[in-house]
Ligand binder design. Structure first.
Ligand SMILES: NC(=O)C1=CN([C@@H]2O[C@H](COP(=O)(O)OP(=O)(O)OC[C@H]3O[C@@H](n4cnc5c(N)ncnc54)[C@H](O)[C@@H]3O)[C@@H](O)[C@H]2O)C=CC1
Ligand SMILES: O=C(O)/C=C/C=C(\O)C(=O)O
Length: 494
């Protein structure tokens, strides 16, 4: 089935504040484009500083309303209903996500939309089943005291999201925040405002109290993003996006000593040993390099291959890369566009720089020839390089496109050093059939997540996040409860 990338009507996308859809109070709007065609497909109403303040005030008031008085079981029932309603309206969410991102329908329908529902259902379960600690404590008078912990919501959470998995990454934060009894103000990416706005309809349909879920549209600095992070009634900020943006947000969070949880960029290595099953490696790494057109923070941009299988690996990855068809939206092999003209320019800048830094372009390296409706879309060719130095800028900086450099290695210690020689530390993949080596090398990776013989295999109960420039904190399962609640210890002398 073809992608729905050229809706006949131009949509109006509104803010969602206190349970109602609103235009921005200053009347400012900005355009929403379909990356698959480059055509304008919507008008987004930008939230002013006053609108953001209204959203935060609505969220704060909701903490003292019916929402704040609910038992965990009542909250869990509502949150589970949100998951069910997302599933019931899956086609609407799919159309919105595909229009905003241009990603293939099969990617959005297998990854983005189901995860939108799962992120609510899973945290409804976690909050219902995770105990808090308790200790029986001996007291100096020979008696006993009972210590036990209670979890309380942190308050109003600012949720700032990127454009690569808009619904997935937003609900990954909103699900646990609401499960823990907080309220939220979401600032979706200016590139992908639709699914966050649509979720407001879901909240109203299930009877979520007004003000629990709010959405403000706009940009970062000098716009809704900065207005939100600067608002003193925000109690904590969760953010996924670029490292530099994380640094700017951290400065705002310092005022008032607000907590932060950040998932930032990456320059993730793959380490392929000669004993690996090359069929599995190429299947896994072609997803890791090209899925979502390389716009995945967990994607692989550096591949280190043990020398005996280097040529064979490059040969097979080239075949895999050439199988993708940028611009062929109805085709199962469709490789979607990049998110914007600006991002296309950035990625093409790296394609040019790779050549300047001495790369051999094994395949790709440019803009595909596309005619018809998609001719104005923001496509680039899937690209593989060899011959780049490990310390070239193309091998050190996050590109966020469908490309990787492949470098040979000779020894285990050498490749551990190369993989870890980066400011980032989000994830790594290790490919080997040697069990001892798999565990040894995985444990020596300086990352938050390491996959062995697989990639992006997610269990939402596990710790997820990065080290170094890739982030602060972990979310997932009980780790999310740590961030979205304050723990109070109660000590009772018996
Ligand atoms: N998941 C990830 O790790 C992602 C990484 N990126 C990387 O970031 C690069 C730039 O993409 P952008 O969309 O421009 O990322 P970004 O980090 O600038 O934007 C992400 C979100 O932060 C907001 N934002 C930006 N500046 C802000 C500020 N000062 N205060 C509050 N909010 C602010 C944006 O409006 C958006 O909602 C990409 O080329 C890619 O390398 C982008 C998206 C996701
Ligand atoms: O599975 C997740 O929770 C997250 C997946 C992808 C990203 O975090 C990203 O690309 O930013």
């Amino acid at each position: 089935m073809a992608n729905e990338i050229t809706p006949a009507v131009t949509d109006t996308i509104l803010n969602f504040i206190g349970g109602a859809y609103r235009r921005g109070s200053t009347g400012k709007t900005f355009d929403n484009f379909a990356p698959a065609t480059g055509l304008r497909i919507g008008t987004v109403h930008e939230a002013s500083e006053a609108d953001v303040a209204d959203a935060v005030a609505a969220a704060k008031a909701a903490l003292n309303g019916p929402w704040g008085k609910m038992t965990t079981a009542e909250r869990v029932k509502l949150i589970s209903a949100v998951a069910t309603e997302i599933e019931r309206r899956a086609d609407d969410f799919l159309a919105a996500e595909v229009a905003d991102t241009g990603k293939p329908r099969h990617v959005a329908s297998h990854i983005d939309i189901p995860r939108g529902a799962a992120n609510f259902r899973m945290f409804a379960d976690v909050i219902s089943t995770t105990p808090t600690e308790s200790f029986a404590t001996a007291t100096p008078d020979g008696g006993q005291a009972l210590n036990y912990a209670v979890r309380k919501p942190k308050g109003v959470i600012a949720v700032i999201c990127p454009w690569n998995f808009p619904l997935l990454l937003m609900t990954w934060k909103v699900g646990p925040a609401l499960a823990c009894g907080n309220t939220v103000v979401v600032k979706p990416s200016e590139e992908t405002p639709r699914t966050a706005a649509l979720l407001g309809e879901v909240m109203n349909a299930v009877g979520m109290p007004e003000g629990v879920y709010n959405v403000v549209h706009g940009f970062g600095a000098g716009s809704a993003g900065e207005f939100l992070t600067s608002n003193p009634d925000i109690d904590a900020i969760t953010f996924t996006g670029e490292t530099g943006t994380g640094q700017a947000i951290m400065q705002k969070a310092a005022v008032g000593v607000r907590d932060i949880s950040f998932e930032l960029g990456g320059k993730n290595p793959a380490v392929v040993f000669a004993d690996a099953d090359l069929d599995k490696v190429v299947e896994g790494l072609s997803r890791s390099v090209f899925l979502n057109t390389g716009q995945v923070c967990l994607g692989t941009e550096r591949v280190y291959v043990e020398r005996p299988v280097f040529d064979e690996f490059v040969k097979r990855m080239t075949v895999a890369a050439k199988a993708f068809k940028p611009g062929a939206t109805g085709d199962p092999a469709y490789l979607g566009p990049l998110i914007s003209a600006e991002h296309q320019e950035k990625v093409l800048g790296y394609y040019a720089r790779a050549v300047a830094e001495g790369a051999t372009v094994v395949t790709g390296g440019g803009v595909p020839a596309i005619s018809g409706d998609e001719a104005g879309g923001f496509y680039v060719e899937p690209t593989l390089w060899t011959g780049l130095a490990h310390d070239s800028s193309v091998m050190r900086e996050e590109i966020f496109g469908p490309c990787c450099g492949v470098i040979p290695f000779d020894a285990e210690d050498e490749v551990i050093g190369l993989a870890n020689d980066t400011d980032y530390g989000l994830c790594a993949t290790i490919w080997t059939e040697n069990l001892s080596r798999a565990h040894r090398v995985a444990a020596s990776m300086q990352v938050g997540v390491c996959w062995v013989n697989c990639w992006f295999l997610r269990d939402l109960r596990t710790a997820f996040g990065g080290s170094g420039h890739s982030g602060i904190g972990r979310e997932g399962g009980v780790h999310s409860l740590e961030f979205y609640t304050e723990t109070e210890n109660i000590c009772v002398k018996l």
